[in-house]
Design a protein around this ligand. Sequence first.
Ligand code: 2NE
Length: 275
Amino acid sequence: CDWRSVGDYRDIRYEVAEGIAKITINRPEVRNAFRPQTLFELSDAFNRARDDDEIGVIVLTGQGDLAFCSGGDQRIRGDDGYIGDDDVANRGIGRLNVLDLQVQIRRTPKPVIAMVAGYAVGGGHVLHIVCDLTIAADNARFGQTGPKVGSFDGGYGSGLLARIVGQKKSREIWYLCKQYDAAEAEEMGLVNTVVPLAQLERETVSWARQMLQHSPLALRMLKASHNAVDDGLAGVQQLAGDSTMLFYMTEEAQEGRNAYREKRTPDFGQFPKRP
Ligand code: 2NE
């Protein structure tokens, strides 16, 4: 892929090619741990990819071969969350804004692929969980560390993980804080496929290209449908919003709009009462 860099970011890179947006966490010196700034930038990049109607698939990855993401940057973890530069100026109040990013990835109406080389642990592991698909390199290692470092993610990090690998395995992953290699992750359905490290990007781009050949609206509806139950009323709301969007595209809905604008009674009688 001939990636073209877009935007001006400190902690991440945003690149596009062939209808694919690649978002890279770029803090390899800390195994791509995130701080509040990283998450604000990731949020901006996901919005950028969502709003760009040329982009059909988004890839989330980490810089280098050693890590996808190692979770929250423990060096700037305060007593109530992660403290960014602005937060220090603003009385040092901590944030857990990775949770907002998780929700944003779920609500982004385009497939998101986690492209994982090296460690995906802690909050970094949860980021791959909330992506639609995960392509792992054979050097990938997965796990949660929360109980070891005094943290936990009781939302998607537990609930969605349990949906993916089952209740017993999810509790094992969290309670014991073990690490799992790529083959074990594939075995438990935590990743879609495992490929040699040297082929990781090629394989990921190939999956993206296959999806780009398919109907973007069908993919959008499938993402919302897969999310709906687990996301509760917010999931239903997204699916319902997509229904409204599709309804707006019909002549029946447009008749309602046109009648209002033309100050006449709408003629809905022309439309069939479908069986
Ligand atoms: C990721 C892992 C397993 C890598 O191990 P290894 O042996 O390959 O590297 P090493 O030497 O541990 O790490 C290299 C450098 O990166 C820093 C290290 O401190 C080290 O720095 P130097 O000693 O060279 O200066 N580093 C790595 N991860 C970091 C991190 N998360 N924050 C700050 N610096 C980090 C191994 O490094 C590891 O286990 N890392 C910690 C993983 C972890 O516990 N993450 C936090 C979980 S809690 C969380 O993410 C969270 C949540 O649970 C709920 C809400 C929000 C966030």
